[in-house]
Design a binder for this molecule. Sequence first.
Ligand code: ZN
Length: 476
Amino acid sequence: MIKACTKLCLGGRMIHGLVEKLGFQSNLFLQIGLVHLYVVSGEFDNARQLFDKMPDRDVVTWNIMIKDLIKRGNVDELYGLFTTMPERSVRSWTAMIMGFVQNGKPKEAIDIFNEMEEESVCPNEVTVVAVLAACADLCALDLGKRIHDFSDRSGFKQNVRVCNTLLDMHIKCGCVESACNVFENMEHRTVVSWSVMIQGLAVNGKGEEALTLYSKMIDSQIRPNAVTFIGLLHACSHMGMVQEGHKYFISMSKDYNIVSQIEHYGCMVDLLSRAGLLNEAREFINTMHIKPNGVVWGALLGGCRVYKNVELAEEAIKHLLELDPLNNGYYIVLSNIYAEAKRWEDVSRVRKLMREKGVKKTPGSSSISIHGVVHEFVAGDESHPQTEAIKERWEKLLEQMRVRGYVPNTSVIVLDIEENEKVKFVLRHSEKLAVVFGLINTRNGTPIRIVKNLRVCEDCHVALKMISEIVDREIV
Ligand code: ZN
């Protein structure tokens, strides 16, 4: 009966009652069945209650509970359950790592992996895929490289999923060459492998190589998918190749029967806006068969900012604020556009609006991974144990930057404060702190890789370029 109910997801209360009434409640086989039934019927609390009362819990029941918690994204309860597990197989460890990655907690995933290694449990191919995904999210190249070596030694290179995740990890860490190496040495390449490479080349400033790789892909008789075209459109966008972009956009539906998704529209509007074809971009939005999202309007806004089109910018902002009314980024861009057009009354109107609506800044944070440990910084952070050393090094660096003509660009700060306060703010942005921390803690000449949750501001962009030159380091 329990099996039948499980197949039909009928809920467990009634049959559970029957089991108790008949006095079968201590039968382990029935208990396992009931836990499973509760889980598939979505009665989580009942499942957990019964599970906690079970005197003997086998691996199958543990896995049912763990899988269910991952599915529901309940990471805290999952971890609690995991720590009480009497026997942990490589599968349970892997399920935990995967669970954290899927729920946007890559740092926790890596912690679990380190714990797993301490207990001398040997990772399998699925573990490797999960850990590499976490490394990609965190730009944790040192651990990523170690896993790469381990996969080579363990013969995991045959596994195309392992290879694809390796490609992705190297690309997200900005190591295009290493990714190319992995790609060249792959025995079998799927459309995912090709698409990851095309996209990776495109976003790392190698648009031409991306398009060449696409021709090779077609020559190898691999059919492109929707993701492949996102990469191609990115490549065209970054190189300002408007005509080619159009060509690919049309080819996608005409030659391959792929329905254009919101991402493709976003790329096209970006392509036109970057090229300064703002009216064309606006018209293109009108032709869309789906509702434009924040990425689409944001792309138009970006173009308006560069080409100083106040009118279209206002229209884009209107839509953006409808979609996401409390995002401070849009207000900043709008007030900058007004400021550049010397429309000061509008600037103060925007500021007033921000105050009225209670717009709060999403705190920016930057992280850097050193010797497998992830260090995270927020703007103005003084909580790190090395804060004093960071300050000292930063002051020295700042002197050298000023000699080269660096002047902090405070237009990125819209707070209504004195100019010298603004300078203080902008000089303590999280990516600057993370870079200085990286300089102190890595050997001369090694690249510094930072992950930021928001877009890097213009001042940090200029500052980091200059720092890269002064200290002769690559900054990704
Ligand atoms: Zn900044």
